[in-house]
Design a protein around this ligand. Structure first.
Ligand SMILES: CC(C)(COP(=O)(O)OP(=O)(O)OC[C@H]1O[C@@H](n2cnc3c(N)ncnc32)[C@H](O)[C@@H]1OP(=O)(O)O)[C@@H](O)C(=O)NCCC(=O)NCCS
Length: 187
């Protein structure tokens, strides 16, 4: 299949909003309970782009098959070399390798930008797809917070997975633009 990975634009918002809404309504990857509308998704994309984080889409024959972006894991400045990833694939396009291709590109882009660690906060211990895609990209388990979410009438864990980027912790990081960046906390 001719899968194209490219930077996301605001024209992709309707497709991204639809994909995310399905995930919010039917799954536990997101701990949101109500799907955000296009205006809110636009504001969130703007925050990611303003922070100079990668936001990418996978396009298959003109249709958006999935999207991924990085944002700061936490906003206090000492965390500034650590990003959290988000990746969502259209339900009709899952299990065809789209998620893995998106995540691999996001890892590449974040490494090139000088980030040193990528964190995946998995929504629910039984989230085989999310755990599977991160494992396939080299992430390792990094702990689990138990029973901290409540959705669909049950308690949810948030397992963490982690991947070192580039030199990881072997060398000091190189400051980018001379100082800490800012981004909204999107989760
Ligand atoms: C998680 C998600 C992005 C995976 O995308 P995908 O395109 O379906 O995944 P891929 O086809 O690229 O599969 C990548 C790997 O994960 C594994 N995997 C994917 N879905 C799986 C499932 N349901 N059960 C077990 N393993 C699964 C695949 O076997 C594959 O491993 P391999 O490369 O060793 O064969 C997608 O299922 C999704 O959007 N889910 C809802 C939202 C979500 O959970 N997002 C992650 C939170 S940040």
């Amino acid at each position: 299949m001719a899968l194209v990975i490219r930077p996301a634009t605001f024209a992709d918002i309707p497709a991204i909003t639809r994909i995310y809404a399905h995930a919010v309504k039917t799954g536990t990857a997101s701990f949101e309970l109500e799907p955000p509308d296009e205006a809110e998704m636009t504001a969130r994309m703007r925050a990611v782009l303003d922070g100079k984080f990668p936001y990418i889409v996978a396009e298959l024959e003109g249709a958006i098959a999935g999207y991924a972006y990085a944002s700061l894991y936490r906003t206090r400045p000492a965390y500034r070399f650590t990003v959290e990833d988000s990746v969502y694939v259209d339900p009709d396009m899952q299990r065809r390798g789209v998620g893995k291709v998106l995540l691999m590109r996001l890892i590449e882009d974040c490494t090139a930008l000088g980030f040193r660690q990528m964190i995946a906060v998995i929504g629910d211990s039984h989230q085989a797809a999310s755990i599977g895609v991160h494992k396939a990209c080299g992430f390792e388990p990094a702990g689990n917070l138990k029973n901290i979410g409540w959705k669909f009438g049950r308690w949810l864990d948030t397992p963490f997975m982690q991947l070192a980027l580039g030199d990881g912790a072997l060398t000091p990081p190189r400051e980018r633009n001379g100082g800490p960046r800012r981004s909204s906390d999107l989760h």
